[in-house]
Design a protein around this ligand. Structure first.
Ligand code: MG
Length: 179
């Protein structure tokens, strides 16, 4: 019988969480466009359709497909409490723009520090990101300015250590099971 590090997930891949706005959805562009039209960010957050039809960040679609292949992948986003409609818009956007790999893989939370997994990709350290216990990729920073750099780091750079650590944990689990 197959044993899993996280039995409820039945997955033998490390877990990756990825933020939406600023990582896969270009919310900043919408903020800028609205600023030009005289609408402030806090007004936009409450506006109808603020999160609808956001453009994809360059490279995000392919990156999410790659991440879904190599990780147990989840979107982890914070949605404004004052605008319940935004929660629905994010769910619809995820399916329309990222496809079936994100089906039932959207977590909306105001505390990402409670997420238990191997990798978190986020463009901000707000909403509990600083408390995340796995590896953190600060998307948009000097080290990870875009998706090409980020995926390359995971494929051929220090990001490989995430997979190595996961393998070690799996070996330990199996040695316990078959002792
Ligand atoms: Mg963000």
């Amino acid at each position: 019988m197959e044993e899993y590090l996280r039995p409820s997930l039945k997955s033998n891949k490390p877990i990756c969480f990825c933020d939406m706005d600023g990582c896969v959805a270009d919310y900043d562009k919408r903020v800028q466009e609205n600023r030009v039209a005289g609408i402030k960010e806090h007004e936009l957050t409450r506006a109808k359709n603020a999160y609808k039809d956001l453009e994809l960040i360059p490279g995000a679609y392919d990156a999410v497909q790659w991440l879904s292949e190599h990780f147990d992948f989840y979107l982890a986003s914070t949605s404004p409490w004052s605008c319940p409609d935004a929660w629905m818009q994010k769910r619809i956007w995820a399916e329309e723009y990222l496809g079936k790999v994100v089906k039932k893989r959207l977590i909306l939370t105001h505390n990402k520090g409670l997420l238990k997994g191997d990798l978190l990709i986020d463009d901000r350290i707000a909403n509990g990101v600083a408390d995340f216990e796995g590896t953190f990729i600060h998307f948009g920073s000097l080290q990870f300015p875009d998706w090409d750099t980020t995926i390359e780091w995971l494929k051929n750079g220090d990001g490989q250590k995430i997979f190595e650590r996961f393998e070690v944990r799996q070996r330990i689990l199996k040695s316990k099971c078959y002792r």
